[in-house]
Ligand binder design. Structure first.
Ligand SMILES: [Fe+2]
Length: 281
């Protein structure tokens, strides 16, 4: 039996990994490809615009013309300038679907809930960062957000911790939650706190407490994450549980072949396979 879905994250503009994603999707016959954020190479607003215009959009335009092409759902991640959402949404590719902040209709009557938001980090780009309590000392409060004119604007969380709370963003998703929670897959860039999926070297947990709280409350069968590239290598696991929710972070490393997971819609959590690490344990 072939797989139905391929999920990967944190490609950070790697042309090799994008091509491997489409090759793997073709070989495994999936009907859906999920891109879990950090789409573009680390760089300026102009650098990332050039990446989308010269590589990303032409790649998928050509892909959708091929027979058997899968539908694609995507979110951005903390390293992507949010000003380019409009560029992707207006590219005239209806099968390239933006899932951030939404609960979308997915395969076989399932729903897909997406969010690019992560807790405030040590990095400067703050477009997809939001505040939550309990953040570590390395958290950077000041940085930049996309300006409407394509220039970065200085931004600070100081005094905005409440209005910028990540919890209110999850509440937006909660309000769209379908009646049947047994058929929802989440695709949230940031992994839940205190799992095998949110560990830096030295086994330091840097995941989101609010993401964990949301999963504990809403109990989807499967939740897909990224953001902490090294966590599967540090913990030795690409899948973990938050109550009955199976959570996944495939990891990513530009020096190695693509890290992704595939699964079947008949049993998404039970059929997980990692491209390099094999079946979930
Ligand atoms: Fe990343």
């Amino acid at each position: 039996m072939s797989d139905d879905v391929l999920y990967t994250s944190d490609l950070h503009g790697s042309e090799t990994h994008y091509r491997q994603t489409l090759d793997w999707a073709r070989r495994s016959g999936v009907r859906a490809i999920l891109l879990g954020g950090d789409l573009a190479p680390h760089g300026s607003i102009a650098d990332q615009q050039a990446f989308y215009e010269r590589f990303f959009l032409p790649l998928f335009r050509a892909y959708f013309k091929k027979e058997g092409a899968a539908d694609i759902w995507w979110i951005m991640g903390n390293d992507d300038w949010a000003v380019h959402v409009a560029l992707l949404e207006r590219a005239g590719m209806p099968r390239l679907r933006h899932a951030h902040g939404r609960v979308c209709a997915f395969l076989d009557g399932w729903s897909l809930a997406g969010s690019a938001f992560v807790p405030a980090s040590p990095f400067a780009l703050k477009d997809w960062e939001r505040w939550e309590d309990g953040l570590g000392a390395s958290t950077r409060r000041d940085g930049f957000r996309s300006g409407a004119d394509g220039q970065p604007l200085p931004f600070s969380f100081v005094g905005r911790e409440r209005s910028e709370a990540i919890a209110s963003e999850f509440a937006t998703i909660g309000r769209q939650w379908p009646e049947d929670p047994s058929r929802v897959i989440c695709m949230f860039h940031g992994p839940p706190y205190g799992t095998a999926l949110d560990q830096l070297h030295g086994n330091v947990h840097v995941g989101s407490r609010e993401t964990r709280r949301f999963l504990e409350e809403r109990r989807p069968p499967l939740s897909l994450h990224g953001h902490i590239h090294e966590s599967p290598d540090v913990s030795g696991k690409f899948a973990d549980r938050v109550n009955e929710t199976v959570c996944v972070n495939p990891g990513q490393d530009p020096r190695h072949p693509l890290r992704a997971v595939t699964f079947r819609m008949s049993d998404p959590a039970g059929t997980l396979r990692h491209t390099l690490m094999g079946a979930a344990t």
